[in-house]
Design a protein around this ligand. Structure first.
Ligand SMILES: [Zn+2]
Ligand SMILES: [Zn+2]
Length: 535
């Protein structure tokens, strides 16, 4: 049996693992690659997945980094079944359409830019039509039910306690009359998370594919996180400014609403401070949460039974239309705005940041993981300025980074979950994490449990047999194409030399033009200084 790591290998996005066994070929997850332009190129280059030769997909949960390439696979010839839970399917029907819409808008925008420079139309990664073509392929299954999608492959989904309908997957593969058990952790939930059950316990596997997003740290405790949120609210309410919360539309937004409900019960949310849920997608996702209460944890179900509604506040406003969204920034005074995307890279949140991040007294509250290269990560890392809609904007608002709300298990919670495994000779593969976090976690796992641990690279292919890993093939040229630094640096030097040669022309230009050129050069100088201080 062979496994190929198509993404989330030493990174957190693009989860997809292709398995080949007994002449069958199938995959666990089909995530979109997110990050800088170089990483996102991988979404276009899907021929290496050979979509037409994938028999079926098993999808752990609805997050786009685990499912967002499904329409692309369908467009490129995938024609099998997609197994997942009912809430995951329902969430994916809105999330994939939304993702397709974003792709279409982006292509439109790029086309406009390209046409101006005389180039041709840009096609979107996939369209809403491609997304719709994906829906009939879903085949829903229940938690804890074993099924056999192809002969010799048995599968069971279990509650991962991560987001609504999220699963971890147990797989039993029979090859040459020997059965090997694989476990894919999916994303493991944080045990004390609001609304979600605890992650299911698994006690045996030959090969475990374990997420490691928070392999290097623990979350703060839940009460501290709620207090920090209350602090942000009190701070901006006192300053008559806004609290901006970038949040993923699914799960995090609903959890934030639940938190505001708790603060409101506690008298810590001023009743005259409006709360805007400014994301059409989050509004739809909230409906799906209401529809699938049976998948929520017992505490929440009890609350609902008593007639309480933890996803409702008297001062809550839904703003599905663009006009309503724009209007929020014309209303003076304090308010809380929850909007997407969670990493502040797309969507309406960028407008809210543009209007508020330069205002002293405002707050920006990050409640989710911020991947490398995103606007959110830059702000969290303390950037003094950020670029939004091609404009440099000063960061004057107070920035809160509240880690306690994560939907992922923290380091000690991952280790706790791992402690239930009884198979001593289990081979662990760390996936879905940044390399430094994975190395740290690998050390702890070896030390504490004695399990063998590997950290596969992007596109690595590994042959598995009971009790051992047979061969690891890496493709470093393809996984990380060499960057020609010599060429780039020489080119910059040559241009700079040319500019110096032409200084007298520069000085002969009208004064206003000279000041403009000066400002552009100062900007360049600042960028070079930044790069030098970062490396
Ligand atoms: Zn997830
Ligand atoms: Zn994930």
């Amino acid at each position: 049996m062979k496994i190929k790591f198509m993404g989330a290998a030493r990174t957190v996005t693009g989860s997809c693992y292709i398995l080949e066994t007994n002449g069958h070929r199938f995959a666990v997850d089909c995530g979109m690659h997110q990050g800088n332009a170089e990483i996102e190129k991988r979404n276009w280059d899907v021929d290496i997945y050979e979509p037409g030769k994938i028999d079926f997909f098993l999808i752990t949960h609805a997050h786009i980094d685990h499912s967002g390439l499904l329409p692309r696979m369908v467009q490129k010839g995938f024609n099998g079944q997609i197994y997942t839970t009912v809430p995951t399917r329902d969430l994916l029907e809105i999330l994939l359409l939304d993702s397709a819409h974003i792709q279409e808008m982006e292509a439109q925008w790029k086309t406009k830019k390209h046409l101006r420079s005389g180039e041709k139309n840009i096609k979107p990664l996939y369209t809403q039509k491609d997304a719709e073509a994906t829906f009939p392929m879903f085949k829903v299954i229940s938690y804890d039910e074993t099924f056999e999608p192809s002969p010799g492959v048995k599968v069971k989904f279990k509650d991962a306690g991560h987001i609504l309908g999220a699963s971890l997957i147990e797989l039993w593969i029979e090859e040459n009359e020997v059965t090997v058990k694989l476990v894919f952790s999916g994303d493991i939930g944080r045990p004390a998370q609001l609304m979600m059950e605890e992650p299911s316990i698994v006690d045996a596997a030959d090969f475990l594919f374990l997420e490691s997003t928070y392999g290097n740290r623990d979350h703060k405790n839940e009460d501290d996180s709620l207090n920090e949120l209350a602090e942000a609210i009190a701070y901006s309410y006192g300053n008559k400014e806004k609290v901006i919360i970038p949040a993923f539309a699914v799960e995090r937004t609903q959890e934030m609403m639940y938190c505001l409900y708790l603060l409101s019960k506690d008298g810590r949310l001023p009743p005259d401070m409006p709360v805007y849920l400014d994301s059409p997608l989050a509004i739809k996702a909230t409906e799906i949460f209401r529809h699938h209460t049976k998948y929520l944890d017992e505490e929440t179900r009890e609350l609902i039974k008593k007639g309480e509604d933890p996803l409702y506040l008297p001062q809550l406003h839904f703003t599905p239309t663009t006009e309503e969204s724009i209007a929020i920034n014309n209303v003076p005074g304090p308010a809380i705005v929850i909007s997407a995307s969670g990493m502040a890279d797309a969507g309406r949140i960028k407008h809210h940041l543009k209007h508020n991040i330069w205002r002293e007294g405002a707050s920006v509250v990050f409640v989710g993981f911020q991947a490398q290269g995103t606007t959110g990560r830059k702000i969290v890392d303390g950037a003094k300025k950020v670029r939004l809609f091609n404009e440099e904007i000063a960061v004057k608002a107070r920035v809160f980074t509240i880690n306690g709300f994560s939907a992922h298990a923290g380091q000690s919670q991952i280790l706790e979950w791992l402690s239930h495994f009884q198979t001593r000779d289990m081979q662990v593969f760390l996936i879905h994490g940044e390399y430094s976090a994975q190395q740290l976690l690998a050390g702890l796992i070896k030390e504490r449990f004695g399990f063998k641990v590997l950290i596969p690279g992007y596109l690595e292919e590994t042959t598995l047999e009971p009790g051992r890993v047979l061969k690891r093939e890496e493709y470093p040229e393809r996984a990380a194409p060499r960057i020609d630094w010599n060429y780039i640096l020489e080119d910059i030097s040559a241009r700079y030399a040319r500019l110096k040669e032409r200084r007298s022309y520069l000085e002969s230009k009208p004064w206003v033009e000279q000041t403009e050129i000066r400002d552009r050069l100062l900007e360049l100088d600042r960028v070079l200084m930044e790069i030098n201080s970062e490396i």
